[in-house]
Design a protein around this ligand. Sequence first.
Ligand code: HEC
Length: 158
Amino acid sequence: MKRHAVVVALLLSTASITLAMAQSDLKRPSPSDQYIPRLGDIMSAAQQQHQKLWLAATAQNWELAAYELGQLESTLAGAAMMYSGIPVSNVTTLKDPLQSVSDAIAAKDGRKFAKAYANLTEGCNSCHTSMGRNFIAIRVPTGPQPFGNQLFPPQRKP
Ligand code: HEC
């Protein structure tokens, strides 16, 4: 028992020494060192949120739909803030469709939601097209399968 206590104490003390050394090694990240996610990764998050938003609303889980909408809005706002190369107008054109989706969720109105969601999806694509990426074609999801909200065949050039 006594021996056990000593071993534990030893383990703890080496652990805290290692930890202390590690900490002195690591400087606190300054704002300029902070990790900036790649735009494609941010968009992959947006893709999931876009699909989950649809799935939640079609299941009439309006609470979850509101949550996913909030997530999607923050993701898009983050993309615009971090990537100044994205024209501001491309982001602001999404404002109205996002508001309509939000209104439809508040009203728990599936039909309004479907219409607003289709406009939102068009907004995703119009930014992709205007930025030379019309090959990234988003659509209203066909179901819960991964990437069910993306079209993979080649798209006609705009
Ligand atoms: C303001 C412009 C803009 C808007 C709005 C926008 N995107 Fe994107 N998206 C981009 C750009 C630019 C890229 C390409 C990023 C790159 O080249 O690294 C992209 C890439 C993507 C990708 C490809 C990610 C990958 O790496 O496979 C997906 C998926 C995507 N967007 C989904 C969406 C969805 C869903 C929406 C709407 C809810 C949306 N985007 C709205 C600009 C936009």
